[in-house]
Design a protein around this ligand. Structure first.
Ligand code: HEC
Length: 154
C-alpha cells in the first residue's frame, strides 16, 4: 500500500514538474517573443530617429545656406535691411511671412521668381517688388534655400 502511495506521489510530482515546465516553456517563449518585438520596435525607432535627424540636419543646412544667400545681395536688396526675424520693420517679419505662407499654402520661391502675387502685405508690395529683379537672377536652389530659412520661423 505504501508503495502505491509513493508511486502516486512520485507520479504527481513528475506530472507537476512536467506541467510547470511546460508552463515555463510557454512563458519563456512569450518572453522571447516580447524581447524580439521590443528589439524590433527599438531598432525601428532608432532608424526613424536617425532619419528624422538626417532630415533636420539637411533642412538646417539648407536654411543656413539660405541665410548666406540672403546676406549676399547688395546693400539695397539685402533682406535684413527691411526684414527682421520676429518684429515688423520696413517689411513684415519672417515669422509673419512664414505663418502667412503656411496658412495659405503659398510658394515663397514662386514669389521670389515674380511668378506669384504677394499675399502678406500687398499694399506695400511696391517696396518689395524692386528686390525681385535681383532674386529672380538667383538659382532655384538659392531661392529654395531662402524659402527654407524663412520657413524655420513657422
Ligand atoms: C527695401 C526693403 C525690402 C528689402 C530690401 C527686402 N524686402 Fe521683402 N518685403 C518688403 C516689404 C515692404 C514687404 C511687404 C510687401 C509684400 O508683402 O509684398 C516685403 C515682403 C516680402 C515677402 C512676402 C511677400 C508676400 O507674399 O507678400 C517675402 C517672402 C520677402 N519680402 C522676402 C524678401 C527677401 C528674400 C529679401 C532679400 C532678397 C527681401 N525680402 C528684401 C521690403 C523689403
Amino acid at each position: 500500500m505504501k508503495k502505491v502511495f509513493f508511486a502516486a506521489l512520485l507520479l504527481t510530482g513528475v506530472a507537476f514538474t512536467f506541467t510547470s515546465c511546460k508552463g515555463d516553456k510557454k512563458a519563456d517563449k512569450a518572453a522571447e517573443t516580447t524581447k524580439e518585438v521590443v528589439k524590433e520596435v527599438e531598432e525601428t525607432t532608432t532608424k526613424v530617429v536617425e532619419e528624422v535627424k538626417e532630415v533636420v540636419a539637411e533642412l538646417s543646412a539648407q536654411a543656413q545656406k539660405g541665410l548666406e544667400v540672403m546676406d549676399s545681395f547688395d546693400a539695397a536688396n539685402k533682406c535684413a535691411a527691411c526684414h527682421k526675424a520676429d518684429a515688423k520693420f520696413v517689411g513684415p517679419s519672417y515669422k509673419e511671412i512664414a505663418a502667412k505662407y503656411k496658412a495659405e499654402k503659398g510658394n515663397i520661391v514662386k514669389f521670389l521668381k515674380e511668378q506669384a502675387d504677394p499675399i502678406v502685405d500687398p499694399p506695400q508690395f511696391a517696396i518689395m517688388k524692386a528686390n525681385l529683379a535681383e532674386t529672380k537672377k538667383r538659382s532655384g536652389d538659392d531661392l529654395a534655400a531662402i524659402a527654407a530659412y524663412i520657413r524655420t520661423f513657422e
